[in-house]
Structures are given as structure tokens and as C-alpha cells.
Design a protein around this ligand. Structure first.
Ligand SMILES: NC(=O)c1ccc[n+]([C@@H]2O[C@H](COP(=O)([O-])OP(=O)(O)OC[C@H]3O[C@@H](n4cnc5c(N)ncnc54)[C@H](OP(=O)(O)O)[C@@H]3O)[C@@H](O)[C@H]2O)c1
Length: 311
């Protein structure tokens, strides 16, 4: 089968397509022929030696990629929930060696759910890491009636945060640039702030929760708009100590959380996709041979919704 190995940490030219043997599923695993996979910023970070590269650097060959949708080709011993021919999707083996930049992948059955029949493999692959991140954090920290702000509401994670937070009954405010205001409103946001024109600290206050996808100055300024006892979860990287201290001084809890593979959570996402309550927006669909172009698009930092690669 064809797969992209990461030759060395570095630029997108370090992604090399090679031929390797199709893997064999062990107990509790599935062999899946991948029809579509999605790209996330962690792919870029890890490719360049950041992200979760430290956890993976000793794998040889190192193969990036975690978000897949495809068809079950073989099942390992003890698998009861899936059979050959099932269409499945999920975020496999994160934060570990996903190996999804390939025609086939082996993954724990416990990381997957059946793909709803009303959506394409491309939409399903798009609704994995980003959707799981949104769901896992919102279900832990947000309750019905809470007022929340999500930064980068038009992005991969943000466009799922808006929709899932509305499903959970929150009042949702998002930030986006002018070209994406109508898009974020169409996802159900109650208010959208054009961050290129308006400083969000002048537009909102007294919030229960901020879903921070930006870190840096945006995270620091977010402390000003959360009420005492409120929370900020920031997902790009660990929280600098000065920001933790600032939060303590103002009685705002601030933490970093990392998404984890979870088939039960994938099933909830599948249920919402099946009813149409949740939609994955795919703005770019590359061919498998265009992995470098897919990485270059991700690196713009301005992608609306998700980038997928079809096989
Ligand atoms: N901890 C975890 O488990 C976890 C999981 C998923 C992602 N992450 C991290 O979360 C971050 C976001 O991921 P993502 O997939 O959502 O990224 P993404 O899809 O690349 O986000 C792109 C979006 O960001 C918006 N944007 C850019 N600058 C902005 C600003 N200053 N204010 C508001 N919006 C801005 C752009 O909208 P405009 O064009 O309208 O500006 C674009 O739509 C990354 O650092 C990623 O690694 C962490």
C-alpha cells in the first residue's frame, strides 16, 4: 500500500510517499481501507518537530495522520461491534502513532464509530479530531444556559464548538474575520465579533467560559471577559505560568486540555451527524498525491472548516 512517511522533522518536503506492506489487525483492532482523511494543525506541528513529535520520534517509519473514514477490511480477534464491509470513522490512536496518511490503517475498534449513511467519507473524516476536541471539552465544562466565547469560530475546531455548544444549550459568541461572519452565524452562533475590526474585550464581558484556540495575547486578554469562578480552556499549547497566576488573581480557572481517542464520544458525534444537528464543513478536498499542498493550506492558518484528503 502507499503511505507517507516523515523522513525527518522539517518542511512539507519531508513527507515522502512510499510502498509498505498492508498491516494486520491484532486483537480488538480493525484493518480499514481509508477513503478520506483529514488534516489538523497538530499534523503540521508534529511534522516540524513540535506538537506530539516527542512521543513519536522513535517510530520508524513515522507516519502522521489520525482522522479517518473508510471501510472495514478485516477484524481482529475479540471485535464484536464491527464486521467486514462496515463504513467507519474516527480519530485513531491520538495522542500516539496514528499512521493514517496511508491507503490502509490498523486501529483499535474502541476508537471508531459507524459512519452515518447520510454523509460522505470526506465529511466523516472531517468530523473526527476537531469535533471530538469540541465535544470532550464542552461536555466537561459547559452547561445549559452558559454564555461562552469561542475564538476562531470559523476554523476546524471552532465551527464544531459553535454547533455543539448550541446543541448543549449555551449562548454562543464567536470571533471571525469579516468574510466568515455569515458562515459562523449560519452555524447557529448568537453573536459574531469581527476580530479585525473590534477588540473582543470591548464587546463581551462576564462570560462563563472561553474556548481558546489562539493562545498568546488572545488568551491573556480573554481573562478580562470571564466572570469570577468562570473558566478558560486553551487548546494550542500548555499555559504559561504568568497566565495561570493571572487567572488565580482574578478567580478564573485556566487550563490546557488534549483530545483523546474515544469511540463512545465518536458515536455521539455520529448520532448528531445522522440527524443533521451537526455538520462538518469541508472547504478543501485534496487528492492523496497532494499531501504537501494539503499541508500548505493548513499552514495558512486561515482555513474555513476542514481540509480533507481523499483516497
Ligand atoms: N489540545 C487539543 O486537543 C487540540 C485539538 C485540536 C486543535 N488544537 C489546536 O487548536 C488550534 C486551532 O485548531 P483548528 O483546527 O481550529 O485550526 P484552524 O482550522 O487552522 O483555524 C483556522 C481559523 O482560524 C481563524 N483565525 C485565524 N486567526 C484568528 C484570530 N486572531 N482570531 C480569531 N480567529 C482567527 C481563521 O478564521 P478567519 O480567516 O476568519 O480569520 C480560520 O478560520 C491549533 O493550535 C491546534 O493545534 C488543539
Amino acid at each position: 500500500m502507499k503511505t507517507y512517511i516523515l523522513n525527518a522533522a522539517g518542511g512539507s518536503e519531508e513527507l515522502k510517499m512510499v510502498q509498505v506492506a498492508i498491516p494486520t489487525p491484532m486483537a480488538q483492532e480493525l484493518l480499514i481501507s481509508i477513503k478520506a482523511l483529514s488534516i489538523n494543525p497538530v499534523d503540521i506541528k508534529t511534522r516540524t518537530g513540535k506538537g506530539i513529535y516527542g512521543r513519536l520520534k522513535d517510530f520508524s517509519p513515522l507516519v502522521l495522520g489520525w482522522d479517518i473514514s473508510g471501510v472495514v477490511e478485516a477484524v481482529g480477534e475479540g471485535v464484536t461491534d464491527f464486521t467486514v464491509g462496515d463504513e467507519v470513522f474516527g480519530m485513531v490512536n491520538f495522542p500516539a502513532h496514528g499512521q493514517a496518511y496511508a491507503e490502509y490503517v490498523v486501529a483499535p475498534a474502541a476508537h471508531l464509530a459507524k459512519k452515518p449513511s447520510n454523509i460522505s467519507h470526506q465529511e466523516a473524516a472531517a468530523a473526527c479530531l476537531a469535533a471530538l476536541t469540541a465535544y470532550q471539552i464542552l461536555q466537561r465544562h459547559v452547561k445549559h444556559g452558559d454564555k461562552l466565547l469561542v475564538h476562531a469560530a470559523a476554523g476546524g475546531v471552532g465551527h464544531f464548538v459553535v454547533q455543539i455548544a448550541k446543541i448543549l444549550g449555551a449562548y454562543v459568541i464567536g470571533t471571525a474575520s469579516a468574510k466568515n461572519i455569515d458562515f459562523v452565524k449560519s452555524l447557529g452562533a448568537d453573536e459574531v465579533i469581527d476580530y479585525t475590526q473590534t477588540d473582543f474585550t470591548n464587546a463581551v464581558q462576564n462570560l462563563d467560559f472561553v474556548f481558546d484556540t489562539m493562545a498568546g495575547e488572545t488568551l491573556e486578554k480573554s481573562i478580562q471577559v470571564v466572570k469570577k469562578g468562570g473558566k478558560i480552556i486553551s487548546i494550542p499549547s500548555g499555559i504559561p505560568q504568568n497566565i495561570v497566576d493571572l487567572g488565580k488573581a482574578t478567580e478564573v480557572s485556566i487550563a490546557f486540555e488534549l483530545v483523546q481517542s474515544n469511540g463512545v464520544n465518536m458515536q455521539q458525534i455520529a448520532d448528531w451527524l445522522a440527524t443533521g444537528q451537526l455538520k462538518a464543513v469541508v472547504s478543501h478536498n485534496f487528492a492523496f498525491g497532494e499531501m504537501i499542498q494539503a499541508h500548505q493550506q493548513m499552514e495558512t492558518g486561515r482555513t474555513k472548516g476542514k481540509i480533507v484528503v481523499s483516497i
